[in-house]
Design a protein around this ligand. Structure first.
Ligand code: ATP
Ligand code: MG
Length: 375
C-alpha cells in the first residue's frame, strides 16, 4: 500500500515550498518531478526532472501521470482541470475539490462557517448591486479580491461604505469579499497533515507577525492558553475532515481583543508559518507532506526547541552584492535557508532563518539582533 523510496513523486508548482518538499523527498530516497512554467524555479533546480511548461500542457500531464506514483501540489492556483485530469490516472493529494475551496475567498469563508466555525463577519460582493449592502456594514473593513490574492495583494482597507465602493472599482470590479477589520490581539496558525485513513496530525501552534500583509516572524511556542491552542488544532482538523483532505494544509487564525478565535484562511499546502519545523521539530512539514501522500506514518511532530523564524524578503538585498550571510552563519543556533531565487525584488520571499534558543524570548532577541545586521 505505502509508496516507498525510490518511487517517483510529482509536484505541481515549483516555488520555495516545492523546493523544500523536493529536498525532504530526495533525502528519503524518492525521485521528484516538478511541473512549473518558470525557468527560474527554486524547486525545479533541485528536482530529478523539471517539466517547464504550462500547468495544462497535455504532454507534461501525461508524462507526470505515467512516471509518478502520486502527485501533490505546493500552489493553490493550479487549475482544477489539471488536478482532475491527473486524478483519473494516479492518486492526487490533496484532491482538486479541496484545493478549489481556498481558491475563492467567498467559497472558503462560506465553507468555514458551514462547519460552525467563526470567521470575521463578511459580505460577498459579486456585482455592483451587492455594493448596496456595504452601506450597513461595520467599518473599518477590508475589501479583498475573491481569487488570486497572496501576501496581502488585492486588498484595500476601507473606512466607510464610500471607500468600499471606490476600492471595488480600483480592484477592477472583480468578485470580492468585504470583511470586517478585526482588532487583532494575535495571529496564530496550525500546520497539519491528514492521511487517507482520515487520521490527523498537527504541529504545535505558531504565533505570527505580519508587516504590510506579509509574514515577518513566526514563534513557537505561541503565547496563548493551552485551551485556545487546543481549540485551534481541533478547528483545523475539522476543516481538513470537511475537505476530505489528504496531505499537509495550514489554517490561519485571528485572535481578537476578546480572546475569540476566528478562522482567517486555509492554505491547501505547506505554509510559511510552518518553516520553523525544518529545524525545531524532528520531522518537518515537508517530510510530513511526503509521508501523508505516500501513506506512511506521520513521524515525530513535537518541537525539540523553542524557535523564532525570520522571513528574508528581497528588500534586504543591497543593490550590488549579497547580504552579510557570514554574520548569520556565525550565529549560534541560527539556521539559514535560501531559496536560490535569482532576482531579489521588494516583498519577494527569498529565504528564512530559524533561531533556536532555551526559550522563545531569547530566540526572538537573537532574531532582532540579526535583523539589524541584515538591514
Ligand atoms: P497570505 O497568502 O500571505 O496568507 P493573503 O493575501 O491571503 O496572504 P490574508 O491572510 O487575507 O492575505 O491577509 C494578510 C494579513 O493581513 C493577515 O495575516 C492579517 O495580518 C491582515 N489582515 C487580513 N485580514 C484582516 C482582517 N479582517 N482584520 C485584521 N487584519 C487582517
Ligand atoms: Mg493569509
Amino acid at each position: 500500500m505505502a509508496i516507498l523510496p525510490p518511487s517517483t513523486l510529482g509536484i505541481l508548482g515549483g516555488g520555495q515550498l516545492g523546493r523544500m518538499f523536493v529536498c525532504a523527498a530526495r533525502d528519503l530516497g524518492y525521485e521528484v518531478i516538478v511541473l512549473d512554467p518558470s525557468p527560474d524555479s527554486p524547486a525545479g533546480s533541485m528536482a530529478s526532472e523539471h517539466l517547464q511548461t504550462a500547468y495544462d500542457d497535455q504532454q507534461s500531464l501525461d508524462y507526470l501521470a505515467e512516471h509518478c506514483a502520486v502527485i501533490t501540489t505546493e500552489f493553490e492556483n493550479v487549475p482544477a482541470a489539471t488536478m482532475q485530469y491527473l486524478a483519473q490516472k494516479k492518486p492526487v493529494h490533496p484532491r482538486a475539490e479541496a484545493v478549489a475551496v481556498s481558491q475563492n475567498r467567498i467559497q472558503e469563508k462560506t465553507f468555514i462557517q458551514s462547519l460552525g466555525l467563526a470567521t470575521s463577519p463578511f459580505i460577498a460582493i459579486e456585482s455592483e448591486q451587492d455594493l448596496a449592502r456595504a452601506e450597513e456594514f461595520a467599518y473599518p473593513a477590508i475589501l479583498k479580491t475573491a481569487t488570486l490574492g497572496y501576501d496581502g495583494k488585492g486588498q484595500m482597507v476601507c473606512a466607510s461604505a464610500a471607500e468600499a465602493v471606490a476600492a471595488y472599482r480600483t480592484l477592477g470590479q472583480v468578485a470580492c469579499v468585504l470583511e470586517q477589520k478585526i482588532d487583532l490581539a494575535r495571529e496564530v496558525s496550525v500546520v497539519m497533515g491528514r492521511n487517507a485513513d482520515g487520521q490527523s496530525f498537527s504541529f504545535p501552534l505558531a504565533e505570527n507577525e505580519h508587516t504590510n500583509g506579509i509574514l515577518d516572524v513566526s514563534m513557537v511556542p505561541a503565547a496563548v492558553q493551552p485551551e485556545l491552542a487546543q481549540q485551534a488544532r481541533q478547528a483545523a482538523e475539522k476543516l481538513a475532515q470537511g475537505l476530505e483532505y489528504v496531505g499537509v494544509m495550514a489554517v490561519e487564525f485571528f485572535i481578537d481583543r476578546d480572546g475569540q478565535l476566528l478562522v482567517n484562511e486555509i492554505a491547501p499546502r505547506t505554509h510559511n508559518t510552518g518553516h520553523y519545523t525544518l529545524d525545531a521539530c524532528h520531522s518537518s512539514q515537508f517530510e510530513l507532506q511526503v509521508r501523508m501522500i505516500c501513506g506512511l506514518p506521520a513521524g515525530l511532530l513535537q518541537c525539540h526547541s523553542p524557535v523564532a523564524m525570520l522571513n528574508l524578503l528581497g528588500d534586504i538585498w543591497p543593490e550590488q552584492g549579497i547580504p552579510p550571510w557570514d554574520a548569520v552563519l556565525n550565529t549560534d543556533k541560527a539556521f539559514l535557508h535560501l531559496y536560490g531565487k535569482k532576482q531579489a525584488r521588494k516583498g519577494r520571499k527569498m529565504g528564512h532563518i530559524n533561531f533556536l534558543a532555551k526559550n522563545v524570548e531569547q530566540a526572538r532577541e537573537t532574531l532582532d539582533r540579526t535583523r539589524t545586521l541584515l538591514a
